[in-house]
Design a protein around this ligand. Structure first.
Ligand SMILES: Cc1cc2nc3c(=O)[nH]c(=O)nc-3n(C[C@H](O)[C@H](O)[C@H](O)COP(=O)(O)O)c2cc1C
Length: 203
């Protein structure tokens, strides 16, 4: 077993209850195999998004993506926070996610961000099935990204995503991030967020 495979094994979720294997195995790496994403795999990721649920079936999600070596890839990368710039160059594909802010009637779509997140959940599980890891990021200058990509009014850039096949080497990362790659994964217990019958004020 090589080091990358060992890290993948160690990152399998230590669940309190049995769950679907793809969910247990998913995590957000900062290293990726140095291999471009297959075109049909990329298409399958967007197909998974396509069949996501959304409020009134408005499908408010939008994405801009680019492959390493292209000008557009550098344009996305240049919108990242310094922290995210320190590791995202390992990813063969970078993406920006956005949502449409209004309904067809011109009212604010309060659930658009929910639906974008849900669609990214579907993309994440489909990706996992293909051996592809998604690393979502809030650390992106969305206003800059809106300008750089001339995103039309009425759409709001939300997050960025670095994606690629699981793999790569720890040495691809700055030293402080190498430890994080193998750090124990932490979660709050179910009782702190799922309340039976009454809101739990102590949670
Ligand atoms: C909306 C969102 C924003 C995030 N922003 C960043 C980010 O800017 N930089 C980063 O390195 N990781 C970021 N992450 C990754 C989280 O830190 C990670 O999902 C969390 O620590 C749980 O780890 P896991 O995904 O490996 O289970 C983000 C994740 C989400 C869902």
């Amino acid at each position: 077993m090589n080091a990358a495979e060992q890290i993948r094994l160690e990152n399998i979720a230590d669940t309190q209850h049995e769950i679907f294997a793809l969910l247990k195995q998913r995590y957000s790496p900062r290293t990726f195999k140095k291999k471009p994403l297959k075109k049909d795999h990329l298409e399958q990721l967007f197909e998974a998004v396509r069949w996501s649920a959304s409020s009134n079936n408005l499908q408010p999600w939008r994405f801009i993506y680019a492959e390493k070596g292209t000008e557009a890839y550098n344009k996305i990368y240049n919108c990242f926070s310094d922290f995210n710039k320190s590791w995202t160059k390992n990813a063969p594909v970078l993406m920006l996610s956005a949502y449409k802010e209004k309904t067809k009637e011109g009212k604010e779509n309060f659930h658009a961000l929910h639906d974008l997140g849900l669609s990214l959940g579907q993309m994440t599980v489909q990706a996992q099935y293909l051996g592809i890891a998604l690393h979502h990021m809030a650390g992106v200058d969305w206003e800059k990204a809106q300008k750089v990509f001339q995103v039309p009014e009425g759409f709001h850039i939300s997050t960025a995503i670095a994606l690629g096949y699981y793999g790569g080497d720890l040495e691809d990362l700055p030293e402080d991030l190498q430890d994080q790659e193998t750090a124990k994964r932490k979660r709050i217990p179910i009782k702190e967020f799922a309340f039976r019958e009454n809101w739990n004020p102590e949670a």
